[in-house]
Each structure stands twice: as structure tokens, then as C-alpha cells.
Ligand binder design. Structure first.
Ligand SMILES: Cc1cc2nc3c(=O)[nH]c(=O)nc-3n(C[C@H](O)[C@H](O)[C@H](O)COP(=O)(O)OP(=O)(O)OC[C@H]3O[C@@H](n4cnc5c(N)ncnc54)[C@H](O)[C@@H]3O)c2cc1C
Length: 440
């Protein structure tokens, strides 16, 4: 977010910058003008969405392009259930935009505060063995390149698998066309279950459910599982009662949790006891509601996060190593570990490129130093062939990432061709992609 005085800071409070200038384009032409003007002054340009990335991927030291004036639907193809929308549209706006057309997004992540362009640029994903991340829903996009030229990328364009998950490195995306699905409701079953039993039958559970995920609170032997089943839009709905939802999601998961996290920084010894209470007090609910209300939640307790994708078959072993490490180091971890699943896809920089994937995510309260925990976790995940989420904390550089992505060199070649002067780079992108040719 941009603070009074012109300083920009991300949600996780991990990076901040005071850009030389902030522009808020209202049209594609205004985006072109901003890029051309920046080029004339030798400045870099960075489009910024909701600032929800934990890495420095959205840091804009020179020209910050605030995309929030480019929101809403441009056109709808009802036959093919495709919707073209401006890149700055926030995910939480999309359900109301799609509803009149009887459509919904195929899948979503945990929250809906992000912009569609930011979410897809970093490979944001939800869970479901048969579903890819949000970028896999993209069937077309329009972007402005470093020379200020507009490119429309259609479904069959060889560049689409790069643009759909482009890290903000290839150009300024001005609109995105999503392949939607008929609106649907989800039946959600949330249960506390013994972690070992869940791990023992994990492949079958993941395969049988439309969307399966679980949270494991360190210091407990319990997994809070969530199993969502897709139902037609006219299936009877049984939403959570407003009060119950408020108690679970506002009071317990956010309000009380915030107090415990804050207390835990001073008295870490309370954390295991709280974790045991948390798994008894939450995660035992059944409800049926429209898809977006089941898939996303509110997150108001600020944290830092690292998340890695590994081949799905290694998830039990990797989690076992993490459990052993937390016990051995006697760390007190207040945030649950989140485990999700996604189908293999063919987007060049997708964490699920070419393999059915499991995601394991670790979090730390924003006032705690995450370094030791995250370093230990990262070491485990790298040994299982892990690929880090582009919007979440990690330490890898271009050479290490090149070994983990078969199409990495193709992506860098596309970037070098579209942006040889590094108009769209920043320190993070220089680290993960290497410096563009004319800035070396
Ligand atoms: C509380 C919380 C919950 C989260 N939950 C999930 C989750 O469930 N699953 C998951 O996978 N991730 C999750 N994330 C990560 C988050 O989805 C990503 O970091 C996402 O990128 C944030 O979107 P944004 O709009 O804030 O993008 P920003 O962080 O603002 O930008 C991200 C990147 O996108 C680029 N970009 C933005 N707009 C454009 C544009 N128009 N053209 C070109 N480039 C552009 C930026 O330049 C930057 O490189 C979560 C993050 C938080 C803070």
C-alpha cells in the first residue's frame, strides 16, 4: 500500500520503497505513455497490484504503476464462458462481475484481496488435485512491452505459457481473459483428525476430493482437514450462520490468534498449549455456500510466509522431516503449516510445471524473526526438488532456479527479447532471472 508521504510497503511488511513517482493509469494508452516516458528518462517501471507478495517482486524504486484504476469486465463470451477483464481487477470483485453471466472462477487461493494480474504473475494457487493455479485459467492477455507497444496474446500464441505467469518481468499486463466455469456451490467439511491417519491415506483422500487441504498445528498431532465437494449452482445452500462465522473467522482465527501470536513473542512457552486448544476449538464445521465464499477467508493477523511446491508423492516424507526438525530445535511455532495440492501444468515458470504438486507453506508472525525456521524448512524442501512460490519468501537465485524449471532458459530468452534494457526489473527479478543483456 502507498502511505501518505509516498512510501510503499507490502502486506507482510518485508519490503518498502519510496518510488520516484507513482502513476495511476486509467487506460491502455496511459500505460503506454508511462512506459515510454520512463524509458526516455532511463527509469524502470513496475506495475503493482495489492502488494500481497512477501518477496520484493513488486518493489518499484523508480516509477510505480498503481493498476487500481484499470478494473472491471471488458467483454464476455457466453458461449465459451470466457471473460476479459482489466488487469487491476481485485479477486474479491470478480464473483459479482461473473454472477450476472452465471459464471465463476474455476478455483481460488485462500484470500481474495489480490489483483488478478498480481495473483497470476506470481503463480497464486488454491488446492485440488485436478486444478491448476489461477494462471492456468488464463486463455488470453494483452500487455505493453518495454517499447510501449501493445501485444494481444491469444490462446494458441506460443508466448501465452510465459505471459500467464510472467513475474511482471515481460511487460505491463493490461487485460486478462479467464476461462470460467458455470457457477457452482461447494459443500465444505472441516474436521480435526489424527495427522498420522491423514498422512497414511493422503493420496486417496486427495484424489477422491475436488479440493482437499489440511493445516497442521506444530506441537499437536492433529490435522485440521478441509474437504470441498463441487455441486451445481442450484444445490441447496447451508451457509455458516453469520455469528458462527464471525466467532470462527474473526474472533478465533484472527482476533484471539493475534493476541496469542503477540503474547507468544514474549512468552513462547504458551504456544504449544494454545495450539492444542486451537485444534479443539476450530476446524469442526460443515456448510454449503457459493464457491468463492467457501474457498477464501479473511486473514488479518499479519505474517511472513515461505511456500514450496514438491512432487505430490513426497509430501508425507517432507512433512515428517519438518515435524522432526521443529521438535529437535525446540522451536515454538504459533502458525499452522498449510498443505495443498495442484494438478501438473505447462506454464513455463509454474511451480507445478510438469508434475502433480503438493504445496507446503510455513508462516511466522510478522514480529518474529522467521530466518531459522524458514532456512530449515527450505533445506528440506530443496532436497525434495522444491520450487519456491514466486510471491513468498525464499533464497534461491537464477542459477538455482534454472535447475528446477525445464523451460527457465526459454522464459529468460523471452524476457531478454521483450525487455532487453530491464525496464521492468528490480532487485528481486535481477536475482531470480538474472540481469537483462543491456544492463549487464
Ligand atoms: C494473506 C495472504 C494470503 C495469500 N494466500 C495465497 C494463497 O492462498 N495462494 C497463493 O498461491 N498465494 C497466496 N498469497 C500470495 C499472493 O497471492 C501473491 O503474492 C500475489 O502476487 C499477490 O497479488 P498482488 O495483487 O498483491 O500482487 P503484487 O504483490 O502487488 O505484485 C506481484 C507481482 O505481479 C506483478 N504485477 C502486478 N500487476 C501487474 C500487471 N498489471 N502487469 C504486470 N505485472 C504485474 C508485480 O509487478 C509483481 O511482480 C497470499 C498472500 C497474502 C499476503
Amino acid at each position: 500500500m502507498i502511505r501518505p508521504g509516498g512510501k510503499w510497503e507490502n502486506w507482510g511488511r518485508t519490503v518498502r520503497v519510496r518510488p520516484l513517482r507513482v502513476e495511476r493509469p486509467h487506460s491502455v494508452e496511459a500505460v503506454q505513455r508511462a512506459v515510454v516516458a520512463a524509458a526516455r528518462s532511463g527509469l524502470r517501471v513496475k506495475a503493482v497490484g495489492a502488494g500481497h507478495s512477501f518477496t520484493g517482486i513488486a518493489v518499484a524504486p523508480d516509477v510505480l504503476l498503481d493498476m487500481s484504476a484499470l478494473q472491471g469486465v471488458i467483454d464476455v463470451d457466453p458461449q465459451r464462458q470466457r471473460v476479459r477483464m482489466y488487469a487491476g481487477t481485485r479477486l474479491h470483485q470478480i464473483p459479482a462481475l461473473l454472477r450476472p453471466h452465471g459464471l465463476a472462477m474455476q478455483n481460488l487461493g485462500d484470500i481474495d484481496r489480490q489483483s488478478i494480474s498480481g495473483a497470476t504473475a506470481t503463480g497464486t494457487h488454491g488446492t485440488g488435485a485436478a486444478f491448476g493455479g489461477i494462471s492456468t485459467q488464463i486463455v488470453g492477455a494483452t500487455f505493453v512491452d518495454a517499447a510501449g507497444e501493445v501485444h494481444a496474446v491469444a490462446e494458441d500464441d506460443p508466448l501465452l505459457p510465459a505471459i500467464a505467469l510472467g513475474l511482471g518481468a515481460l511487460g505491463i499486463v493490461v487485460d486478462i481473459t479467464l476461462q470460467c466455469v458455470p457457477a457452482y456451490v461447494l459443500h465444505a467439511l472441516e474436521r480435526p483428525e489424527p495427522l498420522d491417519a491423514v498422512l497414511a491415506e493422503l493420496p486417496a483422500r486427495v484424489a477422491a476430493a475436488d479440493h482437499f487441504e489440511f493445516y497442521w498445528f506444530p506441537h499437536t498431532e492433529t490435522a485440521l482437514t478441509k474437504t470441498d465437494t463441487r455441486l451445481p449452482a442450484d444445490a441447496p445452500r447451508r451457509p455458516l450462520p453469520a455469528l458462527g462465522r464471525w466467532v470462527d473467522e474473526t474472533l478465533l482465527s484472527n482476533g484471539l490468534f493475534r493476541v496469542v501470536c503477540a503474547l507468544g513473542t514474549v512468552i513462547p512457552a504458551i504456544i504449544p498449549a494454545f495450539a492444542r486448544i486451537a485444534v479443539r476449538a476450530t476446524g469442526n464445521r460443515e456448510y454449503t455456500d457459493v464457491s468463492n465464499r467457501v474457498l477464501t477467508q479473511r486473514r488479518t493477523v499479519r505474517f511472513r510466509e515461505m511456500e514450496y511446491a514438491i512432487p505430490a508423492e513426497h509430501v508425507g516424507a517432507a512433512l515428517g522431516e519438518l515435524r522432526a526438525l521443529i521438535a529437535e530445535r525446540r522451536w515454538r511455532i504459533s502458525f499452522p503449516v498449510e498443505v495443498r495440492f495442484a494438478a501438473s501444468d505447462d506454464l513455463w515458470l509454474s511451480t507445478a510445471y510438469g508434475r502433480a504438486s503438493a504445496y507446503i507453506a510455513v508462516h511466522r508472525y510478522h514480529r518474529e524473526n522467521p530466518s531459522e525456521y524458514f532456512e530449515g524448512f527450505e533445506r528440506i524442501m530443496l532436497a525434495y526438488g522444491g520450487r519456491p512460490h514466486w510471491g513468498k519468501m525464499h533464497t534461491l537465485d537464477a542459477a538455482q532456479l534454472a535447475e528446477r524449471y525445464p523451460r527457465f532458459a526459454d522464459f529468460v530468452a523471452a524476457r531478454d527479447r521483450l525487455d532487453p534494457e530491464g525496464r521492468f526489473t528490480n532487485t528481486y527479478l535481477d536475482r531470480v532471472l538474472g540481469v537483462p543483456p543491456q544492463r549487464r
